[in-house]
Design a protein around this ligand. Sequence first.
Ligand SMILES: Nc1ncnc2c1ncn2[C@@H]1O[C@H](COP(=O)(O)O)[C@@H](O)[C@H]1O
Ligand code: 2PH
Length: 161
Amino acid sequence: MKSSAIALGSNIGDSLAILEAAIEALAQTPGVVLQAKSSWYRTKAVGPPQPDYINGTAILQIEMVPEQLLETLLNIENQFGRVRRERWEPRTLDLDLLLYDNLILETPKLQVPHPRMQQRAFVLVPLAEIAPDWVEPISGRRIKELVKDVDCTEVQLLVGY
Ligand SMILES: Nc1ncnc2c1ncn2[C@@H]1O[C@H](COP(=O)(O)O)[C@@H](O)[C@H]1O
Ligand SMILES: Nc1nc2c(c(=O)[nH]1)N=C(COP(=O)(O)OP(=O)(O)O)CN2
């Protein structure tokens, strides 16, 4: 069994229902056990102007290699109507693979840890809630330390668990 941290986001449609259903779809996937899910946060969009997002994170116990997990995430995004036209466009569902144990991996299709997670309050705030002591292997710093270095003012608790 390996551990993986996943980021979830949505800013089109009934985002909260989509995100809850996506968590359920992950939990029902063979080879995946849902260990923890964070609260949901309303967050200002980073990048081009677009509607606010709802973001959260989950910790999975998995029996899959990282490439299989990415494939699983992309399939679930498609199930929830994800359409890809351009980068950083609004989306029904975005699932990013943040961390996979302490692995560092760089292939044309997959980078782990997620290369922008250290700058993203919408990732670090929910991740610090469920995995504060996980060490991000590139920086060697814990999530609870990384979150202190980002501006969290535009990440508001929406549904707490
Ligand atoms: N760590 C990653 N998680 C998700 N997707 C990744 C990762 N590293 C590379 N990718 C590639 O990015 C696209 C998905 O882009 P999004 O706009 O974040 O959905 C995917 O095709 C992966 O090959
Ligand atoms: N608040 C917020 N802002 C965002 C969010 C998000 O989830 N929440 N996702 C983005 C898109 O990231 P994308 O997956 O297109 O690009 P990446 O490859 O940099 O993750 C861009 N901006």
